[in-house]
Design a protein around this ligand. Sequence first.
Ligand SMILES: NC(=O)c1ccc[n+]([C@@H]2O[C@H](COP(=O)([O-])OP(=O)(O)OC[C@H]3O[C@@H](n4cnc5c(N)ncnc54)[C@H](O)[C@@H]3O)[C@@H](O)[C@H]2O)c1
Length: 390
Amino acid sequence: MKSFGVGIIGCGARTRWIAKLLMEADKRIRVAAVCDPSAKSVELARETFGRDLTVCGSCRELLNSPGMDWVMIGSWNCCHREHAVAALRAGKHVFCEKPLATTWRDCLAIRKAWQASGRSFYIGFTLRSAPHYTTIKRLIDAGTIGKIVSMEFNETLDFNHGGFIVSDWRRLTKNAGTHLLEKCCHDIDLANWLVGSRASRVASFGGLNFFTPENAAHVRRLGRDGKGRTAYSAFDGGQEVSRRNPFTCDKDIIDNQVAILEYANGVRATFHTNLNAGIPERRMYLCGSEGAIRADCRAGRIEIRRIGFAERVRAVRVVAEGAHAGGDNALARDLAASITRGKPATADMNDALTSAATCFGIDRAMTTGSVVEMSPYWRDLALETPAEAR
Ligand SMILES: NC(=O)c1ccc[n+]([C@@H]2O[C@H](COP(=O)([O-])OP(=O)(O)OC[C@H]3O[C@@H](n4cnc5c(N)ncnc54)[C@H](O)[C@@H]3O)[C@@H](O)[C@H]2O)c1
């Protein structure tokens, strides 16, 4: 039986999890080698992938190891350029975790290396594969709500998740890029995909208003969870329970932000994120010429109402299992198909670039207090905004 070797650069929580699902999705796939400066990540990788796993001392050594056509990149976002470019130049197909990179220059460098390589590039926008969102996309494409006119979408996070983000490596933009880029590039990608266009101009406001020293008393007010963990430090998904105090540690990301986007095809959208939400949501409300879709991926709910006197709100049932509303399992199956039979990526370089550029534009709008025209980004991609973007 032919086997398919995969190498992992940055074998942290995310790539270990996705690679495990990948091997379950297709037994012919195996993780052959990893490289990661963290002894803890390497040890956990050995536990997950077996004691015979090759552990490399550098990205270069991994890329020179035999028996792997695909490389998964799950290092800090600021390293994605170095790792993706090296992997593509070494002739590997690449699965890169989102976001593509932390600067536009780095994004374009990865794109250049990819174009020269002729290899596949898969970006880890797991929600693209989630049944919740593929259902919404199908409903839109079937004309269920007519032509989209405007939409709202959000990503508001549980307090412990927020506390994790502002205290691990993601708290610094030099490691991760902005919060919008690091976390919400998924949501921006979903909006781009569902609207079927690219933003032509954006505006935004945001700031750090909760995770500040004067709010540290909330930790005491909320007490501990059943496992004895203090409030704001009880996130389950992280590799390390940070010992930093989320309220007093150094950080330069925001904890709340709103944005407005106008797309080249005329659709207008608003986005909202908050890292200390009483009601965590990933919700969308799409208004079309013939109806509306209201959906929350966390609650697993999709509702539709066509416009009309006798129309009622109809719930659409979606079956999904596992993390990210079933997205992680579906992503693993899709990625396995790309690895074993060359299926095109569910989310590709173009999607990665479009989402990243939109995040860069929104954050520039926030920091400069201006409306940002997105056409320079699209010109860099040698695409005219509106014609080709429509
Ligand atoms: N698609 C998703 O839903 C999703 C979810 C979580 C994380 N992610 C992405 O996955 C990536 C990793 O996030 P995580 O949650 O696994 O973080 P993590 O901290 O668990 O893992 C990051 C790993 O990268 C390693 N690393 C840092 N510098 C490196 C270098 N120079 N070379 C090799 N390895 C290096 C760290 O030692 C660590 O083991 C990030 O890009 C993040 O945005 C995506």
